[in-house]
Design a protein around this ligand. Structure first.
Ligand code: XLS
Ligand code: NI
Ligand code: NI
Length: 435
């Protein structure tokens, strides 16, 4: 089959001394870090919507990107994009991709016809997979672009819209299974509100839970065994998104008896929008056993929206990989580049270089985090800090053998504890030393 990106070579690993923009400096897929290859640690994924469908549009301007399918339309463009996906992931040694139903095939006048378009492209993807190492990390349904979802999908005030969203998820689950998807994601596109003056919050939240239960039941019915994931985001497109952050999602899942079925897909830029660091979100998810997958990108600290930039910050990547390694890896999840080149970076080469830089950034973050963990560089001071809980009184409190009265007896006549320093600057210096 002829190449679509004929100017783009297979990207080689050339090592840290290379100055070739079209080569990896850190990402060497078969190299082991600890007992695991970089490929398996990092489980990179290309986001179909940004890399194949995204065109550089913004609220003030028309598309800027030049792509091989620019002159094609409809199913023909869709076929070219799917071929482009396999070509780019193979050239970049990216083992996975992710998609929304509407990214890969055009919507038609009725759902029946739309599903037929989807089937055609899914058949093509399946065919291409036969000759390719590229696999599906996760699928999802776009429940936010079509005007019918203007007031939400599962949380729409209109029951027929809920039905439409349900039908879309049914099909998206079927095709995700068909393509061997390892996870299925719910990002609450417009599941939130713009004003409480017109919003029955209780009904909407209950409907969201009903919707997720229906999906779980259908997955069971068709034998889809992939992991379900919820992707927190606090705002945009709605003023308040119900899945605001990891803690809000976890509380919602617990409340509605869904916690055993779902984990979280955590996105860097969404954490920033929620007023958290990504490390906080990953740490919270890890602590509660729901760290499922990651949408790896980065925001701009001066902008209050989801800029979806490619991740280039070594500190952030290091802290992310630290949490991921502490989690025992990503399991069925991965690092999905939910990221797009800037509007001004319009060439095919920019698209490829963006991925290379993102992959090298995480490969370096992996090496640094792994070294810090192997040396117990942060674990040792952490152990000292919480030492009082390991034995004596702390151990006794943890085992539940103390009461307010017994604790009062311990301190009534004794001087205050001699506290240890928090040593924050020293710890930051340790991280700097490893980076
Ligand atoms: C949007 C979300 C979206 C999800 C998939 O902000 O990040 O891209 O990852 O629906
Ligand atoms: Ni995302
Ligand atoms: Ni996002």
């Amino acid at each position: 089959m002829s190449e679509l990106f004929s100017d783009i070579p297979k990207i080689p690993y050339e090592g840290p001394k290379s100055d070739n923009p079209l080569a990896f400096k850190r990402y060497d897929p078969d190299r082991k870090v600890g007992n695991t290859t970089m490929r398996e640690h990092l489980r990179f994924s290309m986001a179909f919507w940004h890399s194949l469908t995204g065109a550089g549009r913004d609220p003030f301007g028309d598309p800027t990107m030049r792509r091989p399918w620019d002159k094609a339309t409809g199913l023909e463009a869709a076929r070219m994009r799917m071929r482009g996906l396999f070509e780019l992931t193979e050239k970049l040694s990216i083992p996975f991709f992710c998609f929304h139903d509407r990214d890969i095939a055009p919507e038609a006048a009725t759902l029946r016809e739309t599903n037929r378009n989807l089937d055609e492209i899914v058949a093509l993807a399946k065919e291409l997979m036969k000759g390719s190492p590229t696999r599906l990390l996760w699928g999802t349904a776009n429940l936010f672009s079509n005007p019918r979802y203007m007031h939400g999908a599962a949380t729409s005030p209109d029951a027929l819209v809920f039905a439409h969203a349900a039908a879309q998820v049914k099909k998206a689950l079927e095709v995700t299974k068909e393509l061997g998807g390892q996870n299925y994601v719910f990002w609450g596109g417009r599941e939130g509100y713009d004003t409480l003056l017109n919003t029955d919050m209780k009904l909407e939240l209950d409907n969201l839970a009903r919707f997720l239960h229906l999906a779980v039941a259908y997955a069971k019915e068709i034998g889809f065994t992939g992991q379900f994931l919820i992707e927190p985001k606090p705002k945009e497109p709605t003023k308040h998104q119900y899945d605001a952050d990891a803690a809000a999602c976890y509380a919602f899942l617990k409340e509605h008896d869904l916690a055993s079925k779902f984990k979280l897909n955590i996105e860097t830029n969404h954490a920033t929008l929620a007023g958290h660091t990504i490390q906080h979100e990953l740490c919270f998810a890890r602590a509660h056993g729901v760290l499922g997958s990651v949408d790896a990108n980065q925001g701009d600290e001066l902008l209050g929206w989801d800029t979806d930039q490619f991740p280039t910050n070594l500190y952030t990547a290091t802290f992310m990989m630290y949490e991921i390694l502490k989690n025992g890896g990503l399991h069925s999840g991965g690092l999905n580049f939910d990221a797009k080149p800037r509007r001004g970076s319009w060439t095919e080469r920019d698209l490829v270089v963006s991925h290379i830089v993102g992959m090298d950034t995480f490969a370096r973050g992996l090496e640094v985090a792994h070294a810090m963990i192997a040396d117990r560089a942060l674990d040792r001071p952490m152990g000292e800090r919480y030492g009082s809980w390991a034995t004596g009184l702390g151990a006794s409190i943890r085992s539940g053998s103390e009461s307010l009265a017994s604790l009062e007896r311990c301190v009534l006549d004794s001087p205050d504890a001699d506290l240890l320093s928090g040593r924050q600057e020293e710890l930051e210096g340790i991280v700097n030393r490893y980076i």
